[in-house]
Design a protein around this ligand. Sequence first.
Ligand code: SF4
Length: 346
Amino acid sequence: MFSQKVVNVKGLLLGGDNPVRVQTMYDNVIFGQDVEAILHKMRLLKSMGCELIRFSYISSDDKENFTRICSENIMPVVADIHFDYKMALEALECGAPKIRINPGNIGAKWKIEEVVRAAKDKGAVIRIGLNSGSLPKNDKGLSKSDLMVETALEYASWFSSWGFEDTVISLKASDPDITLEANRKLKSSCPYPIHLGVTEAGGTVTSCVRSSWVLGNLLKEKIGDTIRVSITGSIETEVQAAIEILRTVGLKKGGVRIVSCPRCGRHSFDSQGFLDRIQTSLLSVDRNLTIAIMGCQVNGPGEAKNADLAVTGIGRKAFLYVRGELSREVDIESAEKALFEEIDKF
Ligand code: SF4
């Protein structure tokens, strides 16, 4: 058995016994965007627990903004490159500590070699990212998962022959079983850190269910060093979902745990709207807290007893509990402010 490799993405270690890292992907082009707004969003995502963020680097127009994004050091930035090896070279020039390429769509081998040698010079990491929809011809009649593994390992061996070992591999398919199979085979065949995800996983519900199943199973088998939950939806939700998966399988402790009322005929308070408004802020609170948001007097006071802090809405009033004891009663409009005051005091 080989020993697992660890790579260093600008101080963030991936692989081996290091924690499983949470990633997301910026959901817009870089060029023409307000860079300050992007940096603000990155800080928010970081406060929620995101550790790596990927950007599509698609043209030289991105250079100025991307250089700034890399230089702020909010969290390591990954450049996503397709087809044009010059974009990979340029992204490395901008300061990207990691790039993601599918060597199969970069073209001639010498172009791939040039990218790999440039990454080596810069001390950058490369993720070989293969999706089941972009594989080479299956001349040997392999199963899809075998073809994915064999292809990735061949690219990794090219990298090794050029003296490059800071490789991460991802094998993604929209089919959960193929993703499971491919990653199990990959783990038993190579020492490189593995990035996990289910590609094109769909909207929030579909993606969270598929990703929880696939990533949860793999993580329980100690497969996976970084994860992304791809959602056709907000990137804050991607980060939240990734962290919930890590918590559920016992790989992440601490942070805010939210208990909330699913609503029934008794609810007299819009617990869903309340939670939607405050969820991102709650997940950015750097404390180990259980917070209950409840919708009526039936379960509200009971759940409040098991939580550090609780809000129970009853009609136009909100009741705040601290360690199970009623602390104050406020108008419903002031509940949000009152809750964050209690968090600050806690
Ligand atoms: S807390 Fe109250 S309103 Fe919410 S689901 Fe339970 S019983 Fe229904």
